[in-house]
Design a protein around this ligand. Sequence first.
Ligand SMILES: Nc1nc2c(c(=O)[nH]1)N[C@H]1C(S)=C(S)[C@@H](COP(=O)(O)O)O[C@H]1N2
Ligand SMILES: [Mo]
Length: 202
Amino acid sequence: MEKQTKIPPNQHVVKNFIIYAEFGIPHVDIQQYRMKVTGLVEQPLEFTYDQLMNELPHEKIRTDFHCVTGWSVLDVEWEGIPFSLIIEKAKVKENAKWINFYSMDGYTTIIPLDDVRNDPQSMIAVKINGKPIPEKNGFPARPIIPHLYGWKSAKWLTEIEFIDKYIDGYWEERGYHERGDVWEEERFKGMSGKHSRKRPVL
Ligand SMILES: Nc1nc2c(c(=O)[nH]1)N[C@H]1C(S)=C(S)[C@@H](COP(=O)(O)O)O[C@H]1N2
Ligand SMILES: [Mo]
């Protein structure tokens, strides 16, 4: 477990997560719950909660969580399934470029596949600080990609779709960045670099 200590530009530290639920906190029937892996894959997958929690291999990471509105929670321990394992098991096709996340409540967001490939800490988290993720924080699962802003971490995750062409998710449609790297300060589309220099959008 590697710990990151530096705080990204223009973030301030808070003690606790601020709960965001654009569509309210959904009721999760854990018996009915499935997490699907779809799209540009040779092997579509579907997992029950029990499989996510008890059958698939887990890793633990310790990392900081950054919301684009400016707050950061330091030193959070997440436990879950490494993203590399999902990519391997699903046999993601060559032409896949983006990962589209769907949540139970209708929330969606999108990230570049390369950001997951290049961040070995990225995972589908099922535990936070040693306990199952609380309902308000996205029970039973949410993706964690530590170097991307928090809105890319779709709570109540139900589907991971691999696609070749970019499409907007909920916040991306409202002007937020395609990638959302916290160190590059990619808050809004067209924004990149420590001084928020403009650069052409993808
Ligand atoms: N389904 C869903 N996922 C979501 C959101 C949301 O409103 N709905 N908000 C996002 C934002 S902007 C942030 S910063 C984090 C906040 O996580 P928390 O509510 O556990 O603090 O969840 C992200 N995932
Ligand atoms: Mo956020």
